[in-house]
Write a protein that binds this ligand. Structure first.
Ligand SMILES: Cc1ncc(C[n+]2csc(CCOP(=O)(O)OP(=O)(O)O)c2C)c(N)n1
Ligand SMILES: [Mg+2]
Length: 891
């Protein structure tokens, strides 16, 4: 092998060490790198045997991982690519600049893309496949703030036109607009993945890559070489979500995953690690987690300097400098670099004596050198056995003149006339003078060679990106009678809605058509929900199968792991599970597989823990069921303040595409699930479901045969029980297990106080409110038309008297109906911190037990002049409802 190794970066060796190095080099050249690596390995082991500790190779010198002699030549036409990249840079900048000139304060970002351009362009020209045969292609998670560059490329490709660019951040005009950041909700044929909330993109990318393997191992999709590329900001790596799951990626051997960290050394306010080097830190973290790490720090123009530096001084100087200094080198120009960087050692100064200040200022960082980037990407896609991270050093605001590498670069939105001219010159941008002067977008004619080159490159990679589509599914949802076992009631057996759900889930898993599409997800709480039988039935997904004999193998319900197992048992990570839910919930578009995820978790650790991810899931047009177990502030007994959820329905109500339900009985649950599958997969509505499940056991009644019950369950309310005798004086609303308290209250009221009530099951206050609001809006906008009536008002048409609504959630949940129920409505809910105790005490404390409902009903009737006030007061005592105790909301 005729290979030449670079001179050692370090100097001052003793003769003996120099000899060793020479001998080692010989092995590398003669026997090859694998042999050399093995030799090192053997030596390390020998050192251990001799009791010598060598530090693990967690950080390598501040150099490119791929040495010059290992580089392959660039396969593209660099001249053409330079032109294309320059035009994209120009248009991205012009779009943001122009919009801010027109509409001051509308915002947008220039400097993120300016640092990322080459990293993306090498991908677009050579790596990002839009297809693999007839299979979908690679996935790219773009840094959200780089969206102007992605739009600018689509503009050159002819996929977006001048109107689009003119409407960047003007989404509410008559012409098509461009959303600020990647949002599939807003641009469903363009963006696939929302990324702009820092940390969510990288985390979702990891689980996406894993879900791809899951679908492959379960034979739901073909195996392809497709990759998940995640472009991540270096500042973004401070988010726990970014780094929190990286060991999962190596554990699962996700060689379909490539992270590219755009190390421009800056975040919004200033340097990411002013006093250290972010690349060193990230290298250690990723290597430690078992990733293949490729550093792309220095551009090709440094190679010549390295070659002439025989003492290793260059590396020494590089390793002395911290990122704050590297930032200043770019911000302050060539003379400064000569003085402050090279000037530290006379030899280094000498090394660059034949270079001008301008040349020194231009010495490239690796992330702006397409040869270096190409080589890194090539290694990454060829790497087997685990994920790769590319740490690419770049300059924030690259090419933006006086803004380059400044702390204020991130916020820069407009450029001065001078800066525009410099920009054009710097990148040799072929824009006509007019465009250059006014900063307007520019696209050469279709037959311009650079435009043809751009199309040719994309054609060879299967088409344009990003692109999102939703294929026809022809999905048939099961009818309600498919769930007859669960609408029939439990025949007196005490069960919980959670148990009911698990048995419905098992039924679905067995279904010959849709069974394989079900994706159960749990963050280590399967046993709590009684999932053991499902584990036995379909197995837990384990990429490498079960390599051990489980200790409980002799038991019927043993812990079964399989390569084609169906359950995603994520371990204790709600964020990771939510990321799996996101991958599965958007598989109908990304993989053309209408996966139906059921993510079962502790309701308290839902939205309030991963709310931003739920929001991104909705943005992704995600579908599926969030099954919130151990729900309810008083039903989840014993565990106390941090476990008892009484507010997730309030939080979920904020998500526009989330339908939330709080069923009391298994038949309600069956109706909601049936309707959910129909709406999401049969009717293709981009909505998802949030359903609370409880762990209180009681007999599940049969679904009433009364007309309208099914519709009522879905729309949010139906009458569950008529007054025991005659006309009702008041109405009791109940949800979840608190409905049973309402039923008990009905009895006490009738027997003890001669007060008759109807009992209603409210399955969704959120849905009732949404419907009522939309009807109100219509009425407001059409004053000359006949008024329409909200469903809640229709449902209560003939119901007179006060309404006492009791819930295991906050009072804010029923209060949502106040505009339509006025002062008839009295709410009892679980505002305040939870406590450890049993249900009886918890419900008394929060005043949602039957006794509190009775007392509240009598009190309200008394206030309305329909019941004797003294008797109402006395009732509190009779019922053991303490009128002087502290308000649970403040306790
Ligand atoms: C969760 C979250 N917090 C804060 C922000 C606001 N924000 C937008 S960009 C940015 C700095 C990004 O720095 P970096 O990740 O290094 O990306 P760069 O622009 O430097 O490439 C911040 C703080 C955000 N988008 N998401
Ligand atoms: Mg940065």
């Amino acid at each position: 092998m005729a290979m030449k190794l670079a001179v050692p970066a370090q100097a001052d060796f003793t003769e003996e060490v120099a000899e060793w190095i020479e001998a080692f080099d010989q092995i590398v050249v003669d026997e090859g790198p694998e042999q050399a690596a093995e030799l090192i390995q053997v030596l390390r082991q020998r050192a251990r045997e001799a009791g010598i500790n060598t530090p693990g190779e967690i950080r390598t010198p501040y150099l490119n991982t791929i040495p010059k002699h290992d580089e392959v030549p660039y396969p593209g036409d660099r001249q053409m690519e330079r032109k294309v990249e320059a035009l994209i840079r120009w248009n991205a900048m012009a779009m943001v600049h122009g919009q801010n000139k027109k509409d001051a304060g509308i915002g947008g970002h220039i400097s993120t893309y300016s640092s990322l351009a080459t990293l993306l362009e090498v991908g677009f020209n050579h790596f990002f496949h839009a297809k693999y045969g007839d299979q979908p292609g690679d996935f790219v998670y773009f840094q959200g703030h780089a969206s102007p560059g992605v739009y600018a490329r689509a503009y050159l490709e002819g996929r977006l036109n001048d109107d689009h660019l003119k409407n960047f951040r003007h989404e509410l005009r008559e012409k098509p607009g461009l959303s600020s950041y990647p949002h599939p909700w807003l641009m469903p044929n363009f963006w696939r993945f929302p990324t702009v909330s820092m940390g969510i993109g990288p985390l979702n990318a990891i689980y996406q890559a894993r879900f791809m393997r899951y679908l492959e191992n379960r034979n739901l999709i073909e195996k392809t070489p497709r990759k998940v590329w995640a472009f991540v900001g270096d500042g973004e790596t401070d988010e726990v979500e970014t780094l929190g799951a990286i060991s999962m990626a190596s554990r699962e051997k996700l060689d379909n995953l490539v992270f590219v960290v755009n190390c421009n050394l800056q975040r919004l306010d200033g340097p990411v690690r002013g006093n250290k080097r972010i690349i060193d830190e990230l290298e250690g973290i990723f290597r430690g987690a078992g990733w293949n790490v490729i550093k792309v720090i220095w551009g090709s123009d440094w190679d010549a300097l390295f070659e002439r530096d025989h003492k290793g001084l260059l590396l020494k100087r590089m390793e002395e400098c911290v990122d704050g200094e590297y930032q200043a080198f770019k911000a302050k120009g060539g003379a400064y670099v000569r003085k402050e960087f090279f000037g530290k050692y006379p030899e280094l100064l000498e090394l660059v004596s034949d270079m001008t200040d301008e040349q020194l200022a231009r010495l490239h960082r690796g992330g702006h050198d397409s040869v270096k980037v190409y080589n890194a990407y090539k290694r990454a896609v060829e790497h087997r056995g685990g994920p790769t991270v590319i740490l690419a050093k770049t300059v924030k605001g690259y090419g933006m003149g006086t803004t380059e590498a400044r702390n204020a670069a991130h916020q820069e939105k407009k450029m001065t006339d001078d800066a525009l001219t410099t920009f054009v010159k710097r990148f040799d941008i072929p824009v006509p003078e007019e465009a250059a002067k006014y900063g307007t977008p520019y696209k050469p004619a279709d037959n311009a060679p650079e435009i043809q080159y751009l199309h040719e490159r994309r054609k060879s990679l299967g088409g344009y990106m990003p692109h999102r589509e939703v294929p026809e599914m022809n999905f048939k949802a099961p009818e309600l009678d498919y769930f007859s076992e669960w609408t029939a009631g439990s025949k007196g057996r005490a069960v919980s809605t959670t148990m009911g759900f698990v048995s419905i889930l098992r039924h679905l898993l067995k279904d010959p058509k849709i069974g394989k599409l079900i994706v159960p997800i749990v963050p280590d709480e399967g046993r709590t929900f009684g999932l053991e039988s499902a584990i036995r039935q379909v197995g837990i997904y384990a990429a490498e199968g079960q390599k051990y004999k489980p200790h409980d193998v002799d038991m019927l319900l043993y812990y079964r792991e399989e390569q084609d197992g169906q359950i995603l048992e994520e371990g204790i990570t709600e964020a990771g599970s939510m990321a799996s839910f996101t991958a599965a919930g958007s598989a109908y578009s990304n993989y053309r597989v209408p996966a139906i995820p059921f993510y079962m978790y502790y309701s308290m650790f839902g939205f309030q823990r991963v709310g931003d991810m739920v929001w991104a899931f909705a943005d992704s047009r995600g579908k599926g069921f969030l099954m919130a177990g151990t729900a309810g502030r008083t039903t989840m007994l014993g565990e106390g303040l941090q476990h008892q959820d009484g507010h997730s329905h309030v939080l979920m109500s904020a998500v526009p595409t989330c339908l939330s339900y709080d069923p009391a009985y298994v038949y309600e649950l069956a109706v909601i699930l049936q309707d959910g599958v129909r709406r999401m997969y049969h009717e293709n509505e981009p909505v998802f479901y949030y359903i609370t499940m409880y762990n209180e056991d009681y007999a599940m009644p049969e679904m009433p045969q009364t007309e309208g019950v099914r519709e009522g369950i879905v729309r949010g309310i139906y009458k569950f029980k008529n007054a025991i005798k005659g006309k009702s004086d008041a109405h009791l609303f109940g949800s979840g297990p608190i409905l049973n308290e309402a039923v008990r209250a009905q009895q006490i009221l009738a027997e003890k106080y001669g007060v008759q009530t109807d009992v209603w099951s409210v399955t969704s206050y959120n849905e009732l409110r949404r419907e009522a609001l939309s009807v109100e809006r219509w009425n407001r906008l059409h004053p000359a038309d006949a008024e329409k009536t909200p469903y809640i008002v229709q449902a209560l048409k003939s119901a007179k008297g006060p309404i006492i609504a009791a819930t295991d959630y906050m009072k804010a949940v029923p209060d949502q109906l106040s505009p339509w129920l006025g002062n008839r409505l009295v709410t009892l809910g679980t505002d305040g911190f939870g406590r450890s105790d049993n249900r009886e005490h918890l419900r008394a404390h929060f005043e949602v037990n039957a006794e509190s409902i009775v007392a509240a009903t009598l009190s309200k009737l008394a206030r309305d002049g329909k019941f004797d006030a003294k008797k109402a007061q006395a009732a509190f005592k009779e019922l053991n409802v303490d009128t002087e105790k502290i308000d649970a909301a403040r306790a």
